[in-house]
Design a protein around this ligand. Structure first.
Ligand code: ADP
Length: 255
């Protein structure tokens, strides 16, 4: 069934941009109910990996699967329908729309060709719209933005937009949630709240990919960590294993 807890697996994935090998033979597994941290220096292939899983980039070689099903032929809208949701480094928010309208669009926007198509697809029946609004309200509460429903999204602070993006992604009822640097620009206190939210998401059975620079957040909440360098896996393991990996420590953690 659509809710079967199957992993997403990448095997031997390669993607070059001209002469740049952004991903150079990558193996990775995202497990339901688990937080997988992806770290590494700038340009090591983290965002490219997220784009390959969400269908924004197509690799030149290798396999990307959900369970036994290949995802490579599936466009990004189809992957959204398979309940693979993502956020962006720069929140993609409709500033003129209210907070709750932005979240309501999340139930459809990733699965549609365009924002216009999404707006047209918003429910015409009052019962459907009520249901969507109620789901959006729950998503906003889950990320700690309740009480802001009718505020214009353009008036939110940067940190609030990051949480709004997650609320919108949750509207897909994702099986997998791919987060691209969600802690960027957040205060220490907000990062702690974000960590609690991500853990709760995983504990609800969702598989999370966390691309992140904040090592403290990665080590605090991840079940597994993969360290990339030049598009290859430098190290993979539990946070404890990665923390004690000599090469990783000297190269990236500044210890
Ligand atoms: P990271 O997220 O780890 O900083 P990226 O995945 O963004 O790294 O980039 C990996 C490499 O691929 C970099 O050298 C980057 O310049 C290159 N790259 C990424 N996306 C593109 C693109 N759309 N066009 C050309 N080069 C790209």
């Amino acid at each position: 069934s659509a809710t079967a807890p199957e992993p997403i697996t990448l095997a031997g994935v390669r993607l070059s941009f001209g002469a740049v090998k952004a991903i150079d033979g990558l193996d990775l597994a995202l497990r339901p109910g688990s937080v997988h941290g992806l770290i590494g220096p700038n340009g090591s292939g983290k965002t490219t990996t997220l784009n390959v899983i969400s269908g924004y980039y197509r690799p030149q070689d290798g396999a990307v699967r959900l369970g036994s099903r290949s995802l490579l032929a599936e466009a990004r809208e189809a992957r959204a329908r398979l309940r693979i949701a993502r956020t962006f480094q720069t929140p993609r928010i409709v500033g003129e729309a209210s907070v709750i309208e932005n979240v309501m669009l999340g139930g459809s926007v990733e699965g549609r060709a365009s924002l216009a198509e999404s707006l047209l697809s918003l429910p015409r029946h009052r019962a459907d719209e009520r249901h969507l609004r109620e789901s959006a309200r729950l998503a906003l509460r889950a990320v700690g933005l309740d009480g802001l429903d009718d505020v214009r999204a353009g008036r939110l602070q940067h940190s609030e937009l990051r949480f709004l993006e997650i609320a919108r992604a949750l509207m897909l009822r994702p099986a997998f949630l791919l987060l691209d640097e969600p802690a960027a620009g957040l205060s220490a206190q907000e990062i702690q709240r974000l960590g609690g939210l991500i853990r709760a998401v995983a504990d609800a059975g969702i598989g999370v990919l966390l691309v992140e620079h904040h090592a403290d957040l990665i080590f605090a909440i991840c079940d597994e960590v993969t360290v990339l360098n030049l598009g290859r896996v430098l190290a993979a393991g539990t946070p404890a294993e990665i923390r004690s990996h000599r090469e990783v420590v000297s190269a990236y953690l500044g210890a």
